[in-house]
Write a protein that binds this ligand. Structure first.
Ligand code: F3S
Length: 387
């Protein structure tokens, strides 16, 4: 491959992976079963990123393992309705074309595991998107490092990745025991727990005790917040995640920290801005069918006074449409968008100033973008938007 026998695109991709492996002292390259690629929004890529992708596509290489794509900066069909500028849309469509030329499926979601891209336990994969990395490592027990856009593309094209860090048993052991002494009911409580714990553990692997029985929605939002506030790529939960039992004996060697009810309340207060006319955004990470269904039942037959935007994947949207959920939300005046989210869309150009979100990952990003930000449960926020 390096000698160019499989083409320049493959050679360049492998050069990148070999260099990465050398930096991290990897002993060898191993096959990956799939890739999930981030760095899709033109907002983050800019012209330099777009040109780089188009150049890669011109080299003629194609993904040899299944590869899916993270959200882009707009709904590919309804970007005008979103008020996305024409120039942005033009560039974004070119980005997607380049990815398609590379053989990467334009799924444009951060929850590929909800739409059929579900890695098996113990398999090596190359995933980017911090929330999806946390989910695949922790809940599914697959193995990935915190990959970047270029390394996931290179792994998709070569089918390989260097063997280091979270791909090895010894690096999947817990580094801190997190004793949870707080009531966890709504997914937002788990999101707050992720935010607080991420600040306590940084990139260390946490082992949670006292998580209760989290729903899928709670698990995805917990990981998203952990990954954003700390940089966690893998976590264990007693009685919850598949590797917890195996790594439990190592808890003897690690420090214990406790998260209490007051810690979660303090976190909520950090994102409690007074907002007069926010856009309420539900779907960070992208909504599951269950979440869209809950929002639909709150909206059915009502009228929304403020903006309510729901973000999900195309796969979930299709099912939600079939069940009538999309109609209930949109008839009330809300919107259900696919392919994008509030973080990767060009919000400033779209004129946004205030948001209300049901996710600590979303809240951190929007506050960093200078928007007035308020967190609340999906139910609370939808009810406020209906007032
Ligand atoms: Fe997904 Fe966008 Fe949140 S990519 S995790 S919805 S920031």
């Amino acid at each position: 491959m390096l000698a160019g026998e499989y083409g320049a695109g493959v050679a360049k991709s492998l050069e990148l992976l070999v260099a990465l492996g050398e930096v991290f002292g990897a002993e060898k390259l191993v096959p990956v079963e799939g890739a999930h690629v981030s760095g899709v929004s033109y907002k983050n890529l800019g012209d330099a990123g777009l040109e780089w992708l188009e150049d890669q596509a011109k080299l003629g290489a194609r993904a040899k393992v299944r590869a899916t794509l993270n959200p882009a900066g707009m709904d590919m069909s309804r970007w005008r309705d979103m008020n996305v500028p024409e120039k942005f849309a033009d560039r974004q469509l070119r980005v997607i074309q380049a990815f398609e030329a590379l053989g990467i499926e334009p799924t444009c979601t951060c929850t590929p595991y909800l739409v059929g891209h579900v890695p098996r336990f113990g398999t090596q994969i190359a995933w980017a998107e911090s929330s999806a990395i946390c989910y695949s490592n922790s809940i599914l027990g697959a193995r990935t490092n915190r990959e970047s856009g270029p390394t996931t593309i290179a792994s998709a094209i070569t089918g390989l990745t260097p063997l280091y860090e979270y791909r090895l048993d010894e690096n999947r052991l817990p580094g801190k025991l997190v004793e949870v002494e707080a009531r966890l009911k709504d997914p937002l409580d788990y999101s707050a727990l992720g935010y607080v714990t991420g600040k306590l553990v940084g990139t260390t692997v946490p082992y949670f005790r006292g998580l209760g029985k989290p729903s899928l929605e709670s698990l995805k939002t917990l990981g998203a917040a952990l990954a954003t506030s700390g940089g966690v790529a893998l976590w264990h939960g007693e009685g919850v995640t598949p590797e917890a039992k195996k790594v439990k004996p190592h808890l003897r060697e690690v420090e214990k920290v406790t998260v209490e009810e007051k810690d979660l309340r303090e976190a909520m207060e950090k994102f409690a801005c007074e907002v007069a006319d926010p856009v309420t955004c539900i779907g960070c990470p992208h909504c599951s069918l269950h979440e869209v269904g809950e929002i639909a039942s709150l909206c059915k037959g009502k009228e929304i006074r403020k903006k309510l935007w729901v973000f999900t994947s195309r796969g979930v949207y299709a099912e939600a449409e079939r069940k009538g959920y999309v109609r209930h939300i949109e008839d009330a005046g809300g919107r259900v968008y696919v392919d994008t989210c509030m973080v990767v869309a060009p919000l400033k150009e779209m004129g946004w100033k205030e948001v209300a979100v049901n996710s600590f990952k979303g809240a951190q990003y929007s506050a960093n973008m200078g928007l007035k930000t308020k967190v609340g449960t999906a139910k609370e926020l939808v009810k406020e938007a209906l007032k």
